[in-house]
Design a binder for this molecule. Structure first.
Ligand SMILES: [Zn+2]
Length: 188
C-alpha cells in the first residue's frame, strides 16, 4: 500500500489522499477556496472514494470523480445531505464570481447516484481492505476513516478531541500502524 497526498499536505484546503493498493481508494476530494480562484486536486481514476464530512475543503471536488469514469463513493447520510447543499452553493458562487466549477450539475447528479450510504462502524470492503467510519466530533456526520488489511491505517480528517455543546468528542481506534491526521491548529 502506498499513500499519495494530492492536496492538504502542508496547506489548508483541498484535502485529498489516495491509498494505492489493488484497488485505489481516495479519502476526501476537497477544494481550496482561498485565495481565489479555487484550486482542485489533480487525480487519476480511482476505484472508490470515501468522503469524511460536508465541508467543501473535503467534499467540494467530489463531482470531478464522476466526470470521466465511474467511482464508487461512500459517506454517511448527513454528509451527503449537507455536502450536496454546499456543493450546489459553491456552483452558484462559481457562476457569480465567473470562476465556474470543473464539473456540471449532471456530474453532481451522478455523484449522488454512485453514493453508497454507510453508518458509523459499518464495515465495507474495497479491494483487500475493510473500511469503516468513526465519529470525528467535528461537525454533524463528520468521520475518521479506518482501513484494515495487511496494515491498520487511520485517517482522522478534521477532528475534535473534546466534547462540544453539539457533538461528542471523536472516537479513535487503537493500535494503528499508520496515522494520517489533520494538524491545522497543531504546533510543531
Ligand atoms: Zn472540516
Amino acid at each position: 500500500m502506498k499513500i499519495k497526498i494530492l492536496g492538504s499536505g502542508q496547506e489548508v484546503g483541498r484535502s485529498s489522499i489516495v491509498l494505492e493498493d489493488k484497488k485505489d481508494v481516495m479519502l476526501d476530494c476537497g477544494v481550496k477556496i482561498e485565495p481565489a480562484p479555487p484550486k482542485y486536486p489533480h487525480h487519476e481514476k480511482v476505484h472508490a472514494a470515501i468522503m469524511t464530512h460536508a465541508h467543501l475543503d473535503h467534499i467540494g471536488a467530489a463531482p470531478t470523480l464522476e466526470k470521466k469514469s465511474k467511482t464508487h463513493i461512500f459517506m454517511n447520510d448527513i454528509t451527503l445531505e449537507l455536502g450536496v447543499m454546499l456543493i450546489k452553493d459553491s456552483m452558484k458562487i462559481g457562476r457569480i464570481e465567473g470562476y465556474g466549477t470543473p464539473f456540471s450539475e449532471k456530474d453532481l447528479k451522478k455523484t449522488i447516484k454512485m453514493t453508497n450510504l454507510v453508518s458509523y462502524h459499518e464495515r465495507f470492503k474495497i479491494g483487500d481492505y475493510k473500511f469503516s467510519l468513526w465519529n470525528s466530533g467535528h461537525i454533524p456526520g463528520s468521520s475518521g476513516v479506518l482501513a484494515e488489511g495487511d496494515k491498520k491505517i487511520f485517517y482522522t480528517s478534521d477532528v475534535q478531541t473534546t466534547d462540544s455543546h453539539l457533538l461528542k468528542r471523536c472516537q479513535l481506534p487503537q493500535n494503528v500502524d499508520t496515522l494520517i491526521m489533520e494538524s491545522t491548529y497543531g504546533q510543531y
